[in-house]
Design a protein around this ligand. Structure first.
Ligand code: TYM
Length: 332
């Protein structure tokens, strides 16, 4: 059986990278897979959060899922902390994870910065919790953006370590699903950095909550280079801003980047920016408007999350029980 698990951290500022790199791709997958989409609130706690904001952002991510077309009847939507099995399995897996594997994680190095000794243990151990999220459901496929690739490789290694240690095929090795066209949406201010929730410059990303004027302004201000757009894909080499804007346009238009470039070959950036603005306003506007309508009725979202947590728990706890038994923990 094929089962998908993926998640987004409720850390605020959901942006076009989260939408194009992850959430939008999930919508089509619901047809062919049993899907579980989580709002990973325990992950958010790896960096300081304001408690009220965390609750608000959790509902916002749930609203973004539903507004983007995730069908809450067919698909399970829930927040991680409602199913205690995630944290329990994370502990069991952490006992089998060599520290050397965690030392390789580039995202920890980026997030911990220079004060590495002061970083929380949770931030360091975060990839083990992510592995637990996936393995708790024996998920076979995990659709994510490019930046999660290393964490997913670690999840596969941890699954393999467990299977080998106990001599059984308990966990399938989860396959990453990275959709090339939108796997890496870059900052609008610097084509070499990814679009990120934590970037201090508001002009670097388009948020799903932005209104049309703000989206248009951010795109007008997006960094470009002095040349016209090239005639062929090779001409995009060494021009990360041009490549990024063509990539975003193409992802929004649902065409390949080559096709997207053909539409603007030899043009000024202003022509591309105008077309991009129109598409972004239409799509982000639709999702953002629907999110606002959903958030005006938090009772509905809470109901979806509660039911989702019950459905998730019904899958997760029997698997956790089985794992505990395998580990030799006395079950009475
Ligand atoms: P998070 O919350 O940082 O991002 C959520 C999803 O958005 C994708 N993404 C991007 N895609 C393209 N371009 C970008 N600029 C961009 N920025 C973010 C991410 O790749 C991700 O798919 N560790 C995960 C959450 C997580 C998870 C899991 C994911 C926890 N447990 C289990 C899958 C399976 C994270 O921090 O994502």
């Amino acid at each position: 059986m094929n089962r998908i698990f993926s998640g987004v951290q409720p850390t605020g500022n959901l942006h076009l990278g989260n939408y194009l790199g992850a959430i939008r791709n999930w919508v089509a997958l619901q047809k062919d897979y049993e899907c579980i989409f989580c709002i990973v609130d325990l992950h958010a706690l790896t960096l300081p959060q304001d408690p009220d904001a965390l609750r608000r952002h959790t509902r916002e991510v749930a609203a973004a899922y539903i507004a983007s077309g995730i069908d809450e009847k067919r698909t399970i939507i829930f927040n991680q902390s409602m199913v205690g099995a995630h944290a329990e399995l994370a502990w069991l897996l952490s006992c089998l994870t060599p520290i050397g594997w965690l030392n390789r994680m580039t995202q920890f190095k980026e997030k911990a910065g220079k004060e590495r000794d002061m970083a929380g243990l949770g931030l360091y151990a975060y990839p083990v919790l992510m592995a637990a999220d996936i393995l708790l459901y024996k998920a076979t496929h995990v659709p994510v953006g490019e930046d999660q690739k290393q964490h997913l490789e670690l999840s596969r290694d941890i699954a393999g370590a467990f299977n080998r240690h106990y001599g059984r095929d308990t966990f399938p090795l989860p396959e990453p699903q990275i959709f090339a066209a939108s796997a890496r949406v870059m900052s609008l201010r610097d084509g070499r950095r990814k679009m990120s929730k934590s970037d201090a410059s508001d002009y670097s990303r388009i948020n799903l909550s932005d209104d049309p004027e703000l989206i248009a302004l951010k795109i007008r201000r997006a960094k470009t280079d002095p040349e016209r757009l090239p005639e062929s894909p090779e001409g995009l080499e060494g021009r990360p801003e041009a490549e990024n804007l063509i990539g975003i346009y193409s992802a929004l238009a649902g065409i390949s980047p080559e096709e997207g470039l053909k539409r603007f070959a030899g043009e000024n950036f202003s022509v591309l920016k105008e077309a991009l603005s129109e598409l972004a306003i239409a799509q982000v506007g639709r999702v953002g408007g629907q999110m606002r309508r959903l958030l005006a009725e938090p009772g509905h979202i809470d109901g979806v999350l509660k039911e989702g947590a019950q459905r998730a728990a019904a899958i997760a706890f029997p698997i956790l029980e089985d794992v505990k038994e395998i580990c030799g923990l006395l079950r009475l």
